[in-house]
Design a protein around this ligand. Structure first.
Ligand code: NAD
Ligand code: ZN
Ligand code: ZN
Length: 342
């Protein structure tokens, strides 16, 4: 009989996962079997379980794309990694390496990409497979619990900040101070930007202040466009939207300075009003940004390894996953919850 392991599985779309036994997978070429030590829980896992997006995963599947663990078995062929190495699964689980996007340094846009915890089983289980060409290399000595959120939240906001083209000394609004946003505040501060945090929960804004935000706005109580325009005397140079409500996407336009860049990381289902006049007359750039390349991942992990980023984490057990999903849906989770498998 095949060896088994315990995992949280989406059996049908909805917010409830089932804890059940799965067959241990066999690593194929370029793959490794990893014993998972820790996994962050991203809001994307909720979207995946709910089937929120136009491109849907196929139940049954195991979510999770912030998994950290050790290689216990290597598939056939040559690998740059060895047994015992600490690695991570990420959203960009693999890409083709051959297409126009892959060749031009935009592997995140590869049409043949596989997504961890979405098109390939993820890290909400005691074991997972990774592609040894695309998995994260965990810095030596890193605490698996603390480093896990860098694998999605960290690399995503790091890349988002890079493509915002905002310079040191300029204003950067982080809209949405959840798992992604509280880490975005830290990267933006480390990059020398003047950080403004926007959320609808005061405790999230307190966390942002702790990490160096110089001004905060509760968008539930105040018009964030007016507040930011007044504080910055004309609007912020960069806006990174990580919020899970479409309203925040529309508000970004009012918060932007003339010539500013708005980067969308958040992925709530839905649409937002985009006033054409404001976008044209302010000369705004609005761009989407999806996770990051392997190079972005290495750079974002290096910031962590140098002590510049410290995710706010709380450990949970795999059995607590449905409570955490409930908390994410209600907006009640500060920082990141991370499953401890040890
Ligand atoms: P989270 O639930 O931890 O945080 C979301 C935050 O948004 C919360 O703090 C909440 O209070 C805040 N929020 C809700 N409504 C708001 C509003 N109107 N204005 C301002 N803030 C508001 O979620 P997370 O794990 O940080 O993920 C955030 C989003 O980013 C999700 O949609 C997720 O799917 C997406 N995501 C995208 C990428 C990417 O590559 N683009 C990667 C990871 C996650
Ligand atoms: Zn994620
Ligand atoms: Zn490709």
């Amino acid at each position: 009989m095949a060896e088994k392991f315990t995992a949280a599985v989406v059996e049908e779309f909805g917010p409830t996962l089932n804890i059940r036994d799965e067959d241990l997978p066999e690593p194929g070429p370029f793959q490794a079997l990893v014993k998972v030590h820790a996994s962050g829980v991203c809001h994307t896992d909720v979207h995946a379980a709910e089937g929120d997006w136009p491109v849907k995963p196929e139940p049954p599947f195991i979510p999770g794309h912030e998994g950290v663990g050790e290689i216990v078995k290597l598939g056939p062929g040559e690998h740059e990694l060895e047994l015992g190495d600490m690695v991570g699964n990420v959203w960009l689980w693999s890409a083709c390496g051959q297409c126009e996007h892959c060749r031009s340094g935009w592997e995140t846009l590869c049409d043949k990409a596989e997504y961890g915890g979405y098109t390939v089983d993820g890290s909400f289980g005691q074991y997972m497979l990774v592609d040894t060409r695309y998995c994260a290399r965990i810095p030596e000595g890193a605490d698996p619990i603390e480093v896990a959120p860098i694998l999605c939240a960290g690399v995503t906001v790091y890349k988002g900040l890079k493509v915002s083209d905002t310079k040191p000394g300029q204003f950067m609004v982080i809209s949405g101070i959840g798992g992604l946003g509280h880490i975005a505040v830290q990267y933006a501060v480390a990059m020398g930007m003047r950080v403004i945090a926007v959320d609808i929960a005061d405790d999230k804004l307190e966390l942002a202040k702790k990490y160096g935000a110089e001004f905060v706005v509760n968008a539930g109580q105040q018009d964030p466009g007016e507040a930011v325009a007044e504080y910055t005397k004309g609007g912020a140079h960069g806006i990174l939207v990580t919020a899970v409500h479409p309203q925040a996407f529309g508000q970004a336009i009012a918060m932007a300075r003339k010539g500013g860049t708005i980067v969308f990381n958040g992925l709530p289902p839905g649409e937002f009003p985009a006033p054409i006049f404001d976008i044209v007359f302010k000369g705004l750039t609005i761009r989407g940004s999806l996770v990051g390349t392997r190079q972005d991942l290495a750079e974002s992990l290096d910031f962590y390894a140098r002590g510049l980023i410290k995710p706010h984490v709380e450990e949970i057990k795999l059995e607590d996953i449905n409570d955490v999903f409930d908390g994410l849906i209600k907006g009640g989770i500060d920082g990141r919850r991370v499953i401890n498998y040890q």
